[in-house]
Design a protein. Structure first.
Length: 141
């Protein structure tokens, strides 16, 4: 079975008219439920449905924390408490820390299965110059 195809099929079901995740359970309408269902689908497909749920919960919690911290960081940027370079540096540092912790929880082999690449290949998440240019254009409008 092609894992990418299986994952695409599960995500389509989550976003489809019936909003169903594996096991036939209905996905709630809020963004958190959808993100949780997508993460569970990804874990089920790439790590197997019998993978340690406690470890998956830890990784999911790390992802939720990252999302919340990013939102807070972006609010600071929007309030002009920090500039674009500092935003990018802080966000990229948060990503590095999150992925390091995820790899600690999963182990290197399972990290690759879940995220598709070794931890060492995940770097340079947001390009400072591209971010700066995008936001200069936005601020001119």
């Amino acid at each position: 079975m092609n894992l990418e195809w299986e994952f695409d099929k599960r995500v389509a079901a989550i976003h489809g008219p019936n909003n169903v995740r594996a096991g036939g359970r209905k996905v709630g309408g809020n963004a958190m439920d959808v993100r949780q269902a997508e993460f569970q689908a990804m874990a089920d497909v790439f790590l197997g449905e019998n993978f340690d749920q406690a470890k998956l919960k830890q990784v999911e919690d790390l992802q939720i924390t990252l999302h919340n911290e990013q939102a807070t960081l972006y609010q600071r940027y929007e309030a002009q408490e920090i500039g674009p370079d500092e935003y990018v540096e802080l966000f990229n540092a948060m990503l590095v820390e999150t992925f390091d912790k995820c790899e600690d929880v999963l182990g290197p082999e399972n990290f690759i299965k879940l995220f598709g690449v070794p931890r060492s290949e995940l770097a340079g998440f947001i390009d400072k110059e591209a971010f700066r240019q995008a936001h200069q254009l936005r601020n001119r409008r």
